[in-house]
Design a protein around this ligand. Structure first.
Ligand code: GAL
Length: 635
């Protein structure tokens, strides 16, 4: 399949007088945009009263945008059920952990388990697909908008409770089986029937972790089931590819499960907002990158969603200027809008689409930039988008190639660590992201793979940090691969039900290592290694006959190896991690480079991209990279 790089924007025709649509469409096309996404919040205008559709304006928007040569991504408007929907389904709201309904007046006010609302959502999706599914201007679909945004995956509503009981009954068949799986003899928590099982909120102290983890699995399944209803409705009337716009560090549902339902994965990239509110980094890091964004956070999600989309992925919303929703909302450094766009293309994006076309002077996002100001004058991001449009005209082909290094990411492990963190700060996403950052600092390109991967062919180094319960196919693939494998900490530490397995973990064939005890430690009391760096947060006592490779300053084993598998029994700080990764790469025959701190590189097919994320000029390999500088070589 030959894929081309393209640009787009998010447009809300319903926000603007119709007489400016043709001018908007003309300016979009002139700017060099190919795609325009519309519709995703427009339910109150598409169906002003239950059953009475008003397609006229949408027909005209299709006409105007299509005439200008733009391809449309049509969003289903199900993230914003109109007010009348609540009158029809007063019990459709999600409930928070305190049991309170989450009210009308913003967006995403629905519970994934409410059958009535799910049917309404599939109904509007089908009505839109019937009307526009074969329209010549339609290029793709987006279901809903940002599942999980505003903490909306998990709901403690009566609808969720009823659906959870059904889910448990299907999974366990009998209350005895559930009691056994969860270990309910502990604290006399045994049930006689599924109808006695409540949601794991409002308990006196922590609920049974097996109960909590099953609820997290259930909540994820509900999102997949909900999305599937729309996908099926759309497919009955349209052959256009279907996508959803995922987000940064939203981990409450299994994105790989949704990815299997649709052709394209997309995500919404807001680098400056994410730096402020999604990362554990210290204030000096946030100050250094305040106008550029974290050097690895966007790249991580590009690589993650490339895997979710089986290779096909877009940035559906790209930050074009200041946003409105983070603790601080600075303007990007000049050049960063172009830089972020190229970074996405370097990781294999087909489309980067800017959110939004014009800044809205009303509603919640008045201070969120667009490509145009509210008075339609070009905002600073506009010229940068125009520059990218000119640049991609010279290199339109999307390039992809398998990376030498694979990192496994598992949503169920996010939930398991959250349910049982054992210590403050012990978080699976954080651990995996730190490993990813360590790899990138060594100049490596990385593929992120799902936890059911059964073929590691072509990789030379595979990393599996913190994956709580390895699937059988992955276990086999790890045993069979000729690649170097680095596992731990906490890898294969639990049964799928979140109990301690016997024999004790990690219990991997060919690797005689046993985790005899686990402790968590204060971040300000790290344990020094014999060589570089420290172990922090999480530490395991290792036993076994495998060869001890690294020891802490007191001589206790921290890494042990048999053949191609190395087990790491602790959370490495950046210095120890660097030492581990360099050695693993040496063993694997993967070349590393010593990058200056602000530089990142990405090999994309034959082209090598170099990015300067820092606020100062950097000289590197004969290149002079200004702040926000991007360079590419080869290709
Ligand atoms: C996204 C969302 C958009 C808009 C944007 C603002 O999360 O999909 O609708 O709210 O953020 O940055």
């Amino acid at each position: 399949m030959s894929l081309t790089r393209a640009l787009g924007t998010c447009y809300y025709p319903e926000h603007w007088p119709e007489d400016i649509w043709p001018e908007d469409a003309r300016r979009m096309a002139e700017l060099g945009l190919t795609w325009v996404r519309i519709g995703e919040f427009a339910w109150s205008r598409l169906e002003p009263e239950p059953g009475r559709h008003d397609w006229g304006w949408m027909d005209r928007a299709f006409e105007v945008l299509g005439q200008a040569g733009l391809k449309i991504v049509l969003g289903t408007p199900t993230a914003t059920p109109p007010r009348w929907m609540l009158d029809r389904h007063p019990d459709m709201l999600a409930h928070d952990a305190e049991g309170r309904p989450r009210g009308f007046g913003s967006r995403r006010h629905y519970c994934f388990s409410h059958e009535g609302y799910r049917a309404e959502a599939a109904r509007i999706a089908e009505a839109m697909a019937k009307r526009y599914g074969r329209h010549p201007a339609l290029g793709a679909w987006q279901t809903d908008n940002e599942y999980g945004c505003h903490d909306t995956t998990i709901s403690y509503s009566p609808a969720a409770r009823a659906a959870f009981r059904d889910w448990l009954a299907r999974k366990y068949q009998s209350a005895e089986a559930l009691n056994r799986a969860w270990g309910n003899v502990f604290w006399s928590m045994e049930y006689d029937s599924f109808d006695q099982v409540d949601l794991p909120n409002l308990t006196v102290t922590e609920p049974n972790p097996s109960h909590a983890l099953d609820f997290r699995r259930f909540s994820s399944d509900q999102v997949a089931r909900w999305n599937a209803a729309q996908v099926e409705a759309i497919r009955r009337h349209s052959d256009a590819p279907i996508s959803h716009n995922y987000m940064g560090r939203i981990t409450q549902f299994d994105h790989f499960a949704l990815g299997r339902q649709m052709e394209i994965a997309t995500w919404d990239s807001y680098p400056l907002g994410f730096l402020e509110d999604r990362l554990e980094e210290p204030p000096e890091h946030k100050r250094r990158y305040a106008r550029q964004g974290d050097p690895d956070f966007q790249a991580f999600h590009h690589d993650l969603y490339r895997a979710v989309g089986h290779g096909r992925w877009w940035v559906m919303e790209q930050q074009p200027g200041p946003v409105n929703w983070a603790p601080h909302n600075p303007a990007p450094l000049p050049g960063m809008v172009r830089f972020w766009t190229w970074e996405a293309f370097a990781h294999g994006a087909e489309v980067v689409s800017y959110f939004r076309w014009r800044q809205a002077p009303f509603g919640q996002e008045q201070h969120h930039a667009g490509l145009l100001r509210p008075d339609s004058v070009e905002a600073p991001g506009f010229a940068e988008a125009a520059q990218v449009a000119r640049e991609i005209a010279g290199m339109p082909e999307v390039e992809t190639a398998q990376a030498p290094v694979a990192l496994i990411f598992d949503y169920a492990s996010v939930w398991a660590w959250q349910v049982q963190p054992q210590g403050l700060g012990c978080d699976y996403f954080r651990l995996v992201f730190e490993v990813y950052r360590g790899l990138r600092k060594l100049g490596l390109s990385v593929d992120i793979l799902p936890p059911d991967t059964d073929d590691l062919g072509g990789y030379r180094l595979v990393l599996v940090p913190g994956l709580v319960a390895l699937s059988d196919p992955l276990k086999r693939a790890l045993a069979d691969t000729p690649a170097q494998v680095l596992l731990g900490p906490r890898t294969n530490a639990k049964t799928p039900a979140l109990a301690i397995p016997l024999p004790l973990p990690p219990a991997l064939p060919g690797l005689d290592v046993t985790v005899a005890r686990v402790e968590t430690i204060r971040p300000d009391m790290p344990i020094a290694m014999e060589g570089a760096g420290h172990v922090t947060l999480w530490r395991e006592e290792l036993e076994g006959t495998a060869e001890v490779i690294d020891r802490d300053a007191e001589g206790r084993p921290v890494t042990m190896r048999s053949g191609h598998m190395t087990y790491l029994g602790g959370w490495p700080d950046p210095d120890f991690l660097r030492h581990l990764l360099i050695r693993a790469c040496d063993d694997a025959g993967v070349e590393t480079s010593d990058l200056p701190p602000d530089i990142r590189v990405r090999q994309s097919g034959a082209t090598r991209f170099v990015f300067n994320h820092g606020p100062q000029e950097v000289r590197f390999e004969g290149l002079v990279l200004p702040p926000a500088g991007v360079a590419w070589q080869g290709g």
